[in-house]
Design a protein around this ligand. Sequence first.
Ligand SMILES: [Zn+2]
Length: 491
Amino acid sequence: MHTLLRGGRVIDPGAGLDGLSDVLISDGRIAAVGPGLETPPGAEIVDVTGLVVGPGFVDVHSHVHSIAGHRMQAMDGVTTALDLEAGVMPIEKGYADAAKAGRPLNYGFSASWGGARAQVLLGAKPDANVGSSLAMLGNEAWRRSSSPAELTAWLSLLESEIAAGALGIGVLLGYAPMTDPGEFLAVAQLAAKAGVPTYTHVRELAEVDPSTPVDGSEEIARAAGETGAAMHHCHVNSTSGRHVDRVLGTLDRAQRLGSRVTVEAYPYGAGSTAIGAAFIAPERLRMKGLGPSNIIVVETGERVADEKRLLQLRQEDPSAPCLMEFLDESREADLEMLRRTLAFPDSIVGSDAMPLFWPDGSFESTEWPLPPGGSTHPRAAGTFSKTLRLMVRETGVWTWLEAFRRCSYLPARLLDDCAPGARAKGHLGVGADADVVVLDPERISDAATYRDPLRPSIGVRHLFVGGTAVVRQGELQTNALPGRALRGEAR
Ligand SMILES: [Zn+2]
């Protein structure tokens, strides 16, 4: 099986290449890259003149565990979608469920700190289901600190999940923001010992909540420095809000001191979470300079009128998805803040794609186009295209080479040490996995909005996952489920 992509502008961040070239895909791998390649007998030839060809985007922060969600992300240029911030538990079931249902994109999961704590502190039986993990975030009892025995118990659960192939440890610390900092340090120590990264939704910043046990960004910088663990700071845009310059300064200092801290951002001024989450409480919103009117219920579009209504919604259905506006994208100063966050050196693009859901309560659909009435945060559909629009097309802040470095190359490198399969991703070297996106550099753009979040992005012309076309001539291929598991090294 050979496919020859002929005459495109080929971008390979692995080799620093940006030039007119052909790309030959054979048996799911990159076989050759160069101008005027010979056509092997029987090869399918795809004319990609005028288009940009590069390694597909590696999304290290995707909570979509569905065919429907993967298809939205495919139209956005993603070829590998990993849930590393939340993770799943048990990891074996997460991988087995995905393999059984089939996935358009490559997938993978971290060990779930939240799931391990829930099992020990609440006696919850983990089921590797994103719906039940959302529900758990609103549970007060799960948010308390662990006793020494409990800590030992859940650390050992995490250790077995890593041994079973988890891609590091996902830590939703910001959802249990008053827990003993010693717990987080113990997680960092475990990660350093096991040689795997952590991916953290940090706890509150000192500027926002002076009663926080420790500043969220200082904590990750310090833990990385003290333990030597590779520690990834998730969505620095949403957890920092208008304090992002200070936070980036903290992380920059840690990096200069040799700490293995990495950063990720998405290009939206509103976040999304369960309405029962700790940081959506009225008093916490006030600390951030926000109010109930900055919270919107995703399913109904209701903008929350006042604190009384917010408390009611939190009590009625704590797992209901909501939006939280932390910046105002219609203000140039706020938009510039978002761009600065993305532009931070080596900051990578991660979508934080949220599950898609429909009014009948389902989280999945194999129909395409997707059935009407579905909801999610628009970042699930548009993060990568919107970033390319903001950072390359409209401002030229990034070259195409830099864009592919941020969207494909650097995210895959986070996993090199713990998952040997990652080394064949994020670049177009000979032998690399043929996860390839072909896009129209003049048209690439997001289309999803907060009101209409399931509109697929525009401008991805072709998308190959392991050499199989998931998008062809701009059309999603509904029979294509070539996604494979990316797993941690067996230990
Ligand atoms: Zn998060």
